[in-house]
Design a protein around this ligand. Structure first.
Ligand code: CDP
Ligand code: CDP
Length: 223
């Protein structure tokens, strides 16, 4: 039997940073499901498809083969055999991902991949609907959040460190819009599962959040 840890929450809450650390400490695999939605978004952008045209996105995306590969536990996302792990990190790709993630056909296709991994490996998986839809029986569910301002500041600093010249106001607006889209869509909206533990990381350091989750793992699963 495998152990599954689900971490959900809005953009910039710290999910990937924290999930990666927890997975490393426990020697689990970290599965970033957002990367798959981003890979679909990249395909849509490259093909010049209007992301809002559901029929066209779903028809065309039948030809987008997504694979997750792990080398030394590090995740790589392949789109039709090509490693797109770096390309998918652009802000525009994240925004389009949030649009195409509304479509049930896309979600079903990606959920199959996520579940297959969780059945065969101990995973820390992050996303928006992991505890509610993808792995409803996950042993541990965390809902990680932080205020919009904190999340916007974190993204701003991250982009500055990458040598970009971002606008804090634009990032804040993007995050606000993405929150709205993710929480109000019909299919698998973002919300806290009734059995998930809420962690608000607005005033917490990365190490404090990681320690809190590791304590929960120790108490619940003796790992
Ligand atoms: O995956 P998600 O969009 O939820 O967030 P992330 O990419 O893991 O984190 C966004 C940024 O916030 C990163 O630069 C993290 O280093 C930073 N962060 C932080 O400063 N404090 C935390 N408690 C969590 C994340
Ligand atoms: O890193 P960040 O939080 O900015 O986003 P991400 O996890 O890379 O996900 C990009 C977009 O994919 C999100 O805004 C969601 O709309 C969508 N997504 C989803 O719907 N369900 C998931 N399990 C993961 C991501």
């Amino acid at each position: 039997m495998t152990i599954n840890i689900a971490i959900d929450g809005p953009a910039g809450a710290g999910k990937s940073t924290i999930a990666r650390e927890v997975a490393k400490t426990l020697s689990f695999i970290y599965v970033d499901t957002g990367a798959m939605y981003r890979a679909i978004a990249l395909y849509v952008l490259k093909k010049g498809i209007d992301p809002k045209d559901q029929l066209s996105v779903c028809e065309n995306c039948k030809f987008a083969q997504i694979e997750l590969k792990y080398e030394n536990r590090k995740q790589k996302v392949l789109l039709n055999g090509e490693d797109v792990s770096t390309e998918i990190r652009e802000e525009v790709v994240g925004n389009v991902a949030s649009v195409v993630a509304r479509y049930d056909e896309i979600r079903k296709k990606l959920n199959v991949l996520s579940r297959r991994l969780a059945e065969t490996t101990n995973v820390v998986m992050d996303g928006r609907d992991i505890g509610t839809v993808v792995l409803p029986k996950a042993e541990i569910k965390i809902f990680l959040t932080a205020s919009v301002d904190t999340r916007a500041c974190r993204r701003f600093l991250e982009l500055q460190e990458r040598g970009e010249n971002p606008s804090l106001a634009e990032i804040r607006e993007d995050i606000r819009q993405r929150d709205y889209q993710d929480m109000h869509r019909e299919q698998s909206p973002l919300y806290q599962a009734s059995d998930a533990i809420l962690i608000d990381s607005s005033d917490m350091k990365i190490s404090e959040v990681v320690d809190e989750i590791l304590n929960i793992c120790q108490k619940r699963c003796q790992i």
